[in-house]
Design a protein around this ligand. Structure first.
Ligand code: FAD
Length: 463
């Protein structure tokens, strides 16, 4: 069987098939698994990229029936049962599509051109470098309004990613950069969170939303509500209601849509390009094709499930159980998602956590977040230890941070409990299927890493 995507869904599916009588080929356009919950920490210089990206080959080492192919899937011929990739055709008996999602700019060309997304690793790295370059430049700008503009950072989107990034950026500026840029008056810097609706963190309880706003404002982040972006340009953002924010950096976290792969395969796409699936994770009429994670839209109680890691992982386990049942001639059952809760961190020592009836904010929220994280890591380690064959165990790698994430932000710098092990497998070769790897800002004129954000920054940097 072939799995497209070595993200949370794809990797979990491969793991769940470890003991099944199938040969698994994992296909991904990158040779690393990205732990997205901590991408904002790379973008705010708090973590090194190698702490959130792990080589897929190392992760699948304990899976004797699984191999990896670095390739970008571009289509499929469902009649002939072949996956089409930029490295040729791959035949399959069962196909699992777990290609995730991408930034959604809602057709706004100015946003797409000038704002920086925070979805892929190259974007996180490019954003980190861009932010630091703003401080370098600001030192030599005598004109005060121009300097203030360079030091103003607009973060569009009050979802968990925008909230977490805004909080982390504010702390980076005032706890770290303040010491490094002694000649700059960092009181002139601003981090402004722009939310189009009347509240941030829409999926959370109203009390927690209000607590998150208080926490952000307490750290000095400005929060603007009803701030619908009309255009973005070199000088900042213009809002639909006529307000304007002069900003040298505009970060876009306001929307995601399903990977374009579903459309390329002509699978029936609903809202946000997500592919409608039934209780076996099959799109209509394709019993040997499974779509899971962000790419899939499974409706439960009349609503599509959210684009979250626990959804992707539970759907992956379910697709694996259906495939096992088909291989063994058993009858598969329908899928039902069990919600473990949601959390978002707001800088150091503050978080909002909603786990069933339990709702916590501030420091207690952060303690809960830490506890959940530790439980996840410990239970996953135990699982891997029990499941791994003795031969695998000798060369075993630490558990994927990703798989340890039950809820939003369930891993943090604290994840460096495993950093000793990580050092052994530091990602020295982050490769994409068709582009040479790079993890640092290259010379002007040299090729940049792939990803919209870096392209945009290059365009802006070269004027
Ligand atoms: C910044 C950020 C922070 C987030 N934080 C959280 C959080 O704290 N908690 C939470 O629950 N969710 C969080 N999410 C959402 C979470 O990342 C997704 O819901 C989850 O990753 C979905 O899993 P997936 O397997 O569908 O896709 P992904 O994990 O995104 O994996 C998709 C994989 O497919 C590969 N791929 C894509 N297209 C192709 C192709 N054509 N050919 C080959 N390979 C391809 C990609 O390289 C990638 O490896 C966050 C998302 C972002 C962007």
């Amino acid at each position: 069987m072939v799995i497209v995507g070595a993200g949370f869904g794809g990797l979990t599916c491969a793991r769940a098939l470890k003991r099944a009588a199938v040969d698994v080929l994992l296909v991904d356009a990158n040779n690393y698994h990205l732990f997205t919950p901590l991408l904002y920490q790379v973008a705010s210089s708090l973590l090194d990229p190698s702490q959130i990206a792990q080589p897929v080959r190392a992760l699948i080492r304990p899976l004797p029936n699984c191999d990896f192919m670095l390739a970008r899937a571009t289509g499929a011929d469902f009649e002939r049962r072949v996956l089409v990739t930029d490295h040729g055709e791959v035949p399959y008996d069962y196909l699992v599509l777990a290609a995730g999602s991408e930034s959604n700019y809602f057709g706004n060309a100015s946003v797409q051109e000038y704002a920086i997304g925070l979805k892929a690793l190259p974007e996180g790295l490019a954003l980190r470098n861009w932010v630091l370059s703003q401080f370098e430049s600001a030192q030599y700008v005598a004109d005060e309004p121009a300097r203030r503009q360079l030091l103003t950072f607009a973060v569009v989107g009050g979802g968990p990613t925008g909230v977490e990034y805004a909080g982390a950026l504010q702390e980076l500026i005032h706890l770290v950069l303040r010491k490094d840029y002694r000649n700059l008056d960092l009181g002139q810097s601003r981090v402004v969170l722009l939310e189009g609706a009347a509240a941030i963190l829409g999926a959370f309880d109203p009390g927690l939303r209000a607590a998150a706003v208080r926490s952000l404002r307490g750290k000095g982040v400005e929060v603007w509500f009803d701030a619908l972006v009309k255009t973005v340009d070199d000088d900042g953002v213009e809002l639909e209601d006529g307000r304007r924010l002069a900003a040298g950096t505009v970060v876009w976290t306001a929307g995601v849509k399903a990977s374009a792969l579903g459309g390329a395969m002509e699978l029936p796409a609903g809202r946000g390009g997500r592919v409608a699936v039934d209780g076996f994770m099959n799109p209509a009429g394709l019993a040997n094709v499974f779509v899971i994670g962000d790419l899939a839209a499974y409706e439960q109680d009349g609503q599509p499930l959210p684009m979250l890691i626990p959804v992707a992982m539970q759907e992956a386990k379910h697709a694996a159980s259906v495939i096992r049942a088909l291989v063994e001639g058993a009858i598969p059952r329908d899928f039902r998602y069990s919600d473990p809760g949601i959390m978002a961190t707001i800088g150091r020592n503050s978080a909002v956590a909603q786990l069933g009836a339990v709702k916590l904010s501030g420091f207690p929220g952060w303690v809960m977040w830490l506890a959940v994280h530790l439980i996840n890591v410990v239970s996953l380690r135990a699982k891997l230890f029990v499941l791994a064959d003795p031969a695998d165990r000798a060369g075993a790698q630490p558990p994927a941070l990703g798989a340890a994430a039950g809820v939003r932000g369930a891993c943090s710098r604290g994840a460096s409990t495993t950093s000793r092990d990580f050092r052994k497998l530091r990602v020295t070769t982050l490769a994409t299927s068709s582009t040479a790897p790079t993890t640092s800002r290259p010379r002007r004129g040299a090729p940049w890493p792939t990803g919209g954000g870096s392209e945009k920054i290059r365009n802006r940097a070269s004027g």
